[in-house]
Design a protein around this ligand. Structure first.
Ligand SMILES: Cc1ncc(COP(=O)(O)O)c(C=O)c1O
Length: 376
């Protein structure tokens, strides 16, 4: 049987989520904008989903819009808030997801926006001082990943929000990898991205919450749904699904985070003890409970993955977007890893429900790396 340790790439849909959304695909199929009882049933489910999400994010229901996933939410947040502000400077970091980096690049190319990539340290941490140094009087937005998708490093979101606010700049948090593991409320973020498929809701579901009345230029124009911020008939079943998934994850979060952190730490220690030359990437302690990421200098990440798959373990080299490519990860190179070492990255991302010890996985990693070494 295959052990799936690539949960940062995507997760299976939980039965409770499937059960909650199913009635909205066929029985309550109405268009929530329709003024008749069929439409109203859908509209009330959408309202309810919005309230549930808002409660987890510590925002108001009216702040929450439903999107097609993390990529859309990040595009909408960055383009929407920068273009809405009338200012022309954006601050982010070099270790963000491609949807953030490419949105910043688009604004630079087509809208004359200047982009500053604030410096992160070798653990992938953005310090409040480094953020403060990147801010300017004309900064429109700070967009930061709450937890990094490749190395799992967690940012001190509340401290970064304080620094941005002291200069009157709103903070967008890409919480795609943080959702389900870290608190999302009470951080002071002005905009938050969540992707459904990372938290056991279906692919194609997402959330962007934008606080209050921040000026926002929509990406999608049309019928004015989602308070004019995202036109198009909403995916009611998807909204119900992501709301349920987020609520379940929040209810289980503290217990799961503590349990998984212990399993992760034991796994990391065993891999480092058994694999000569192995190095942990990211922050040693301020990291996502479910993420263990390494480089194995002298190997090739893709070859290690193949060897692991032959031993029944599925993982990845880092971002799913870069899977199968031999390119060095932009995250690891920004953290100061040499290109050759960055190409040996392997990331294990654990499922929430994991109960068993990962000792056999660590043993398989050691076996896989030594098999490559003895061949090479
Ligand atoms: C940190 C981060 N942001 C954004 C995304 C994009 O989300 P989606 O796959 O829903 O488009 C991902 C996906 O891996 C991610 O890890």
């Amino acid at each position: 049987m295959t052990l799936y340790l690539d949960n940062a790439a995507t997760t299976p849909v939980r039965p409770e989520v499937l059960e909650a959304m199913a009635p909205y695909l066929a029985r309550f199929f109405g268009n929530p904008s329709s003024h008749h009882e069929v439409g109203e049933a859908a509209a009330s489910a959408l309202d309810d989903a919005r309230r549930r999400v808002a409660a987890v994010l510590g925002m108001r229901a009216g702040d929450v819009m439903f999107t097609s996933g993390g990529t859309e939410s990040n595009n909408a947040a960055i383009k929407g808030l920068v273009l809405g502000s009338g200012r022309r400077h954006l601050v982010t970091t070099a270790i963000e997801h491609e949807s953030v980096l490419a949105s910043a690049d688009y604004l630079a190319r087509l809208h004359g926006v200047e982009v500053t990539h604030a410096a992160v340290d070798a653990t992938g941490t953005l310090t409040p001082e480094a953020l403060a140094a990147a801010l300017r009087d004309d900064t429109a937005l700070v967009s930061i990943g709450y937890a990094n998708n490749e190395v799992g490093t967690i940012q001190d979101a509340a401290a970064l929000a304080d620094v941005a606010h002291a200069r009157g700049v709103p903070l967008h948090l890409d919480a795609v990898q943080a959702a389900g593991w870290l608190p999302l409320a009470g951080l002071g973020a002005d905009a938050v991205t969540v992707a459904g498929h990372k938290i056991a809701a279906p692919k194609g579901t997402g959330i962007l919450a934008v606080r209050g009345r921040l000026p926002f230029e929509p990406l999608l124009h049309g019928g004015g749904q989602e308070r004019g911020r995202r036109s198009g008939t909403p995916d009611v079943a998807g909204a119900v699904a992501i709301a349920r998934a987020l609520q379940l994850a929040e209810a289980e979060r503290l217990d799961e985070a503590a349990r998984l952190s212990a399993l992760r730490d034991a796994f990391i220690a065993r891999v480092l003890a058994l694999v000569p030359g192995a190095r942990l990437t990211g922050h040693p302690t301020r990291r996502l409970p479910g993420t263990a990421s390494f480089v194995f200098p002298g190997t090739n990440g893709e070859t290690v993955l193949l060897e692991l798959e032959r031993r029944g373990i599925v993982s990845s080299s880092g971002s799913a977007c870069a899977a199968g490519s031999d390119e060095a990860s932009h995250v690891l190179t920004a953290l100061g890893f040499a290109h050759d070492d960055a190409r040996t990255a392997v990331r294990f991302t654990l499922p929430h429900a994991l109960a068993a010890s990962l000792d056999p996985v660590a043993d398989a990693v050691a076996d896989a790396v030594s098999a490559i070494g003895s061949r090479g």
